[in-house]
Design a protein around this ligand. Structure first.
Ligand SMILES: [Zn+2]
Length: 178
């Protein structure tokens, strides 16, 4: 299985390259991303989060709260072609910034052009948590993290908190191993 990268790994800050291989190699990477996302109990995961600098991410978020079934979607070479002026504040967390979360303001609705899991071209509007997750994952493809949207002091504090959380987790894991 792929290994999840966490802050301050500099690989999280590299802009990804467009996907240009539409064969088994890319399919294997996508399957690996899906496996890692579910293993980490995440709602979304972008390729750079496991050190692959290709422009794709996976997401599994229901359209509404009542909807419980899986809504797995794959976004290859996504482009955000429009964003609503209306913005919303939602709490974001990130598998690569473990142990913390923060309120982030972003557009409420977006229109995205992308290739789906079958490499079929699509253009669709998204809103709510799906729009939020897409904007968050899209950031990963250009080397950005959600904390970059916060005031510098707040960002610094969160990254410090996440570092401490990661240290504690490592100590716990080592204690369990010995
Ligand atoms: Zn993230």
């Amino acid at each position: 299985m792929f290994k999840l990268l966490t802050v301050p790994n500099p690989k999280l800050r590299i802009e990804a390259e467009p996907v240009d291989d539409f064969g088994p190699e890319t399919i294997a990477l996508i399957d690996g991303a899906i496996e890692l996302m579910y293993a980490q109990e995440g709602a979304g995961l972008a390729a750079p989060q496991f050190g692959v600098h290709k422009k794709f991410f996976v997401m599994d978020i229901p359209e509404s709260r009542e909807d419980e079934k899986s809504q797995l979607q794959v976004f290859i070479n996504p482009e955000i072609i429009s964003q609503s002026e209306e913005q919303v504040v939602l709490t974001e967390g990130c598998l690569s910034v473990p142990g913390v979360s923060a309120e982030v303001t972003r557009s409420k609705e977006i229109r995205v052009r992308y290739l789906d899991r079958d490499f079929k071209s699509r253009e669709r509007d998204f809103f709510g948590w799906q729009a939020r997750c897409i904007l968050h994952e899209y950031d990963h493809l250009v080397g950005k993290l959600y904390v970059d949207h916060l005031p510098p002091m707040k960002r610094k504090m969160l990254l410090k908190e996440s570092a401490r959380y990661q240290r504690e987790q490592n100590q716990e894991n080592q204690a369990n191993e010995s």
